[in-house]
Design a protein around this ligand. Sequence first.
Ligand code: GDP
Length: 609
Amino acid sequence: EEAAAKEEEKPKELRSPICVVLGHVDAGKTKLLDKIRQTNVQEGEAGGITQQIGATYFPIDAIQQKAEKLALDSGFEFKVPGLLIIDTPGHESFSNLRSRGSSLCNIAILVVDILSGLEAQTRESIGLLRQRKTPFVVALNKVDRLYGWKSTPGGAIRDSFAIQPKSTMQEFDDRLRRVMGQLAEEGLNSKMYYENESFARNVSIVPTSAMTGEGIPDLLYLVLKLTQERMTKNLMYLSEIEATVLEVKVVEGLGTTVDVILSNGILKEGDRIVLCGMSGPIVTSIRALLTPQPMREIRVKSPYVHHKQVKAAMGVKISANNLDGAIAGSRLLVVGPDDDEDELREEVMEDLAQLMASIDRSGVGVCVQASTLGSLEALMTYLKQMKIPVSGFNLGTVHKKDVTRASVMLERSREYAQILAFDVKVDREAELEADSLGVRIFKADVIYHLFDAFKQYMDGILEQKRKDQAPQAIFPCVLRIVPGAVFNKRNPIVVGVDVVEGQLRVGTPLAAVTGPTSSIVLIGKVTSIELNHKARDVVKKGEPAVAIKIESASYEAPKLIGRHFLEKDTIISAITRQSIDVLKDSFRNDVSKDEWATIVKLKKLLSIS
Ligand code: GDP
C-alpha cells in the first residue's frame, strides 16, 4: 500500500499536447503559424524550436519566455514539456488526427477574422470540433486592421489595448460583441480569455494580429493552460503507441513515404507496422525515421536526419516498402512481441469497414470522393445527417473509373448519378467522361457548399419530375352527390358533390361504386370544379359542396346517372398502381396521413394489389 502511495506521489510524465489551427479561408491561419514560428526565431528564442515533419515543436522554455510578457497569475506552472503545432492548418489535418473515432488533436486554435466574423468554414470547423469533443480557443485575428490601431510588435494584448485610441477600442468592442453573438448562435458561450473563469462553460477569445504578433504570447499561454487544466489525463505519457498518417508522399530516392504524427509511445527503426490501405491492410517494417535537417545545415547530403527512435509527441516521416496504397488519416499500429498480426490487420481496416457499412444497402445513392480517410469520414457523417444516400466512395483525385462507377446510377436512379467531390481534384479525362455520360460532379472544399449545390440540384430535379408526372398523379378522394343536385345526367355530367374524404382535383378520373356487389363504373374525368361560382383546381375534405363537370373519354360509352350508376352511389377517384407510385415518388408531401389511409381503402375497392 505504501508503495502504491509513493507511486501516486511521483509526478507522472506528461507528453506535449498536439495543437491544430482551423478557420475560414483567409482568416490568417497560415500567417499566424508563420508568426508563431518566426517571432521566436527573430527574438533569439529559437532554442529548441524544431521543425518536424508536418509539425513544429515548441519546448516549454521558449513558450515560457514569451509568456513572461503577460502579467500571469502567480500560481500558474507549466507542466508539459512543450507544444506540438501541426504545420498545415485546416480541417483536413484536424480530421486526419484521429484514432478510433476520437481525436488525437488535444487542442485547436479557431482563427476568426475580426472584420469578417464567423464564416462558412468557421462554422464547419466548430461542427468538427464538437464532433470530436476537442477543446479550442478563438483567435480573433487581424486586430491591427482596426481603424487607428497602434501596434506593439509581439506584445501582450492587454498592453496593446492600453495604448489604443478610444474610438479604436470602441470599434474593437463592437466587433467583439458581434462575434460573441455569432458564437452564441452556434450554441457557444464565450468570454475574453482573461475574464473567463470556466473553461468548461465558456470558449476563450484571444485577440491577435498575425501581422504584428500582438496577442501571440497570450495565445500560446492560453493554449497550454487550457490543455493542462482540461486534459492532463489525456497527456499522460503511455508506452502504448498511438499514431496517425497525416500525409502520403512520394519522395525522390525514398519512394512512397508516410508522414506520421506520433501522439503517444515510441517508434523504432525496424518496427513492424500495420496501416490501412485502400485495397487491404499494409504490413511493412520501418526502414527509416526521418525529420528535417536543422535550417542551417544545408551542406549535408540528405535533407533528413535519421533517428533510431522517436518519442511522442512528434511529427516524423517513415520510409518503408509497400507504402503505395496507404491512406492519409489511417491509424498506424505497431506489431508488438505479444500481438497477433492478423488481429492488427483487421483492426486497422475497421475505419474503412465502418465507412463501407454506412453505404446505402439498396445500392442507390451518390458517390463521394474525398482526399483522406478523415475528411471522407466527416463528409459521410454529414451526408448521413442530411439523409443523402451514398452508394460508393473513393479517396483521392476523381478518375475516369470513378465516373464509370457513378454512371451505373444513370439506369437505376438517374438523379443520383453524381459524384460529390470534397477537397479533391478531378482529372481532365474524368471530366470529359462525366460530360459525355451525364454524370454530375459537384466540387467544393466546404462540406456545406457541397450540400447546398447538391440540394439545389435535387430540388430542381424533383420540380421537373413533378411537372412531368403531374398528369399521372391521381389524388385520392371519396365523394357523395348532394341529394337533388344532379344538373345534367349525361355527358358532360354536372353534379353538386361533397368531398367526404381526401381531395378532388381537376383532371381526376372518377368511378362510381354501385349495385349490391359494389361494382366499379368508370365515369370520366373532372374537367371543372366550382365553389360559389368560382373556379377551383382543388377542393379538400371539409370545404362546402362544389359543382363539378365530368366528361367521359371519347373512346368510352358515356355513362348515365340513373342507368349505369345511381345518385346515392359513392363516387371515388379511380386511382391506379401507377398513380400511387407517382404520388409516393414525387408528391409525398402533398398527401396527408388521412389521405394515405383513403388510398388504402380505394385500393381495396378497386382491387389494386
Ligand atoms: P489562411 O487562408 O487562413 O491561411 O489565411 P492567410 O494566413 O493566408 O492570410 C490571408 C491574408 O490575410 C494574407 O494576405 C495575410 O497576409 C493577411 N493576414 C493574416 N493575418 C493578418 C493580420 O493579423 N493582420 C493583417 N493586417 N493581415 C493579416
